[in-house]
Design a protein around this ligand. Structure first.
Ligand SMILES: Cc1cc2nc3c(=O)[nH]c(=O)nc-3n(C[C@H](O)[C@H](O)[C@H](O)COP(=O)(O)OP(=O)(O)OC[C@H]3O[C@@H](n4cnc5c(N)ncnc54)[C@H](O)[C@@H]3O)c2cc1C
Length: 414
């Protein structure tokens, strides 16, 4: 689309951000026959952290009918996860198929630049008017109760007049910041430093597993994710203060914690790796917006909230909230009712399910809890744990997993 076309453009729905949440929500609204504009400040393919998916992403991927296209990108199949405790003891890999022997229990380790580009193109094919290198600048509420959005194209300001706005701008959270409703979780102030390696001699198997190795020194963890036949993504997550005080730059800090962690050090040494990228750092604070929607706007993906990435929940929640926000917008367009209550009606139930994933994260950081010991003592709960690790929290009956954990923890103390 040419920039000249959008001097005072009108549309049914404007989506800010062309990541997974934006591409899903815009596709759903366009499929319902509405005129959708999606703006993305970068140009695809653009790099992005977050390579390990959860099997529950398959549900939304199927609804979008993009499974075959993603399969054609030849990502490594993700078939399980493996946890390594702070003492360096690796648990047995947790293979998803052991709990559900269907294709739905598998997913991928992805190159996000390629995955996000694929979803963005898919939105365009569904009729979304996609615009790259276009940046959201501000939103103004008009006397009519509608919003006008000012964007920048090649340094020039243009105005878009949508009936409804979806903010899918990721951690930029442009609307949550605009309305000052972004709430940081105080208790876990983490930072992440990551890089990529190429292996000279070893090809990673197509049956890839995500390895999560705890590091007590950082009060955090490492991820080890093969993202190509010879490419390994390695990231460190831990408390800001502990990581900052460990070195004067990101390379020193990263290497300091690798050296301290016997499992990670041995794993990297065994592969004869060469680093193929810089060390990239990002804040890794959990947060959520205090409300999911307002009159005429709704949030999706990281723009709505972010959970510590230890279980690779980010893309799943971006796809899911993209779907829920997209469906809500379609209903609102049909009813010509853009009230906050209608645009955010899906949120309470969603929140309930996501709180299960948040509790799972809390258990990971709980020094007094071991999943291995819990399952050894409560083997009948392994299926519920499997569902949680696959991200299968939506559309399911409530789990009593956490009640059981709590009871077990109390019994250990007494
Ligand atoms: C260290 C770390 C590791 C992670 N690991 C994983 C993982 O292994 N698996 C996983 O599933 N998730 C992981 N995540 C989370 C995951 O990356 C995100 O949850 C996911 O990308 C969210 O998708 P989104 O569409 O909401 O946002 P994004 O993918 O960030 O997309 C938002 C888009 O909005 C655009 N944008 C921003 N501002 C503007 C603007 N002003 N105007 C126009 N466009 C704008 C951006 O350019 C971007 O393309 C990780 C996150 C971190 C920080």
């Amino acid at each position: 689309m040419d920039s000249e076309d959008i001097d005072q453009i009108a549309c049914d729905c404007l989506v800010i951000g062309g990541g997974p949440a934006g591409s899903v929500s815009s596709s759903i609204v366009a499929e319902a026959g509405y005129d959708v504009v999606m703006i993305e400040r970068a140009t695809h393919p653009r790099p992005h952290v977050g390579e390990s998916l959860m099997p529950a992403t398959n549900e939304v991927i199927q609804r979008l009918q993009v499974k075959d296209r993603i399969a054609d990108l030849n990502f490594l199949r993700k078939v399980g996860v493996q946890f390594v405790n702070a003492a360096g003891k690796a648990s047995k890999p947790f293979f998803f198929r052991k709990h559900d022997d269907s294709d739905e229990s598998e997913t991928w380790h992805v190159d996000r630049a390629k995955l996000d580009h694929c979803l963005f193109d898919n939105a365009a094919e569904k009729g979304v008017r996609t615009m790259e290198a276009v940046r959201f600048l501000q939103m103004d509420t008009l006397d009519t109760g509608k919003h006008s959005v000012t964007v920048s194209i090649n340094g020039q300001k243009r105005v878009i007049n949508p009936r409804v706005v979806i903010d899918a701008s990721g951690q930029q959270s442009v609307l949550a910041n605009h309305f000052k409703i972004k709430q940081l979780e105080e208790r876990r102030k983490n930072i992440s430093i990551w890089t990529y390696y190429e292996s000279a001699n070893n090809s990673f198997s197509d049956e890839a597993i995500t390895i999560i190795a705890k590091t007590a020194e950082a009060n955090g963890w490492f991820w080890l994710i093969p993202v190509g036949n010879k490419t390994l993504s390695v990231g460190l997550v831990g408390e800001v203060d502990r990581i900052h005080s460990s070195g004067s730059n990101n390379e020193e800090r990263f290497n300091h914690f690798v050296d301290q962690n016997e499992f990670v050090r041995n794993y990297l040494d065994s592969l004869e790796l060469t680093r193929s990228d810089d060390f990239i750092a990002a804040k890794d604070f959990s947060y959520k917006a205090s409300q999911p929607a307002g009159d005429g706007w709704v949030l999706a993906g990281d723009a709505l909230g972010f959970i510590d990435p230890v279980y690779s929940t980010g893309v799943l929640l971006a796809l899911k909230t993209g779907e829920l926000a997209g469906d809500a917008v379609v209903e609102c367009l049909e009813a010509n009712d853009f009230s906050q209550s209608k645009l955010g009606a899906w949120y309470p139930q969603y929140q309930e399910k996501v709180s299960l994933l948040r509790q799972l994260v809390d258990l990971f950081y709980d020094r007094d809890f071991s999943f291995g010991e819990f399952i050894a003592a409560n083997p009948d709960y392994s299926y519920q744990l499997a569902d949680l690790l696959m991200g299968r929290v939506f559309g399911r009956d409530d789990t009593d997993f956490f009640e059981r954990v709590s009871g077990w923890k109390n019994s250990q103390l007494s």
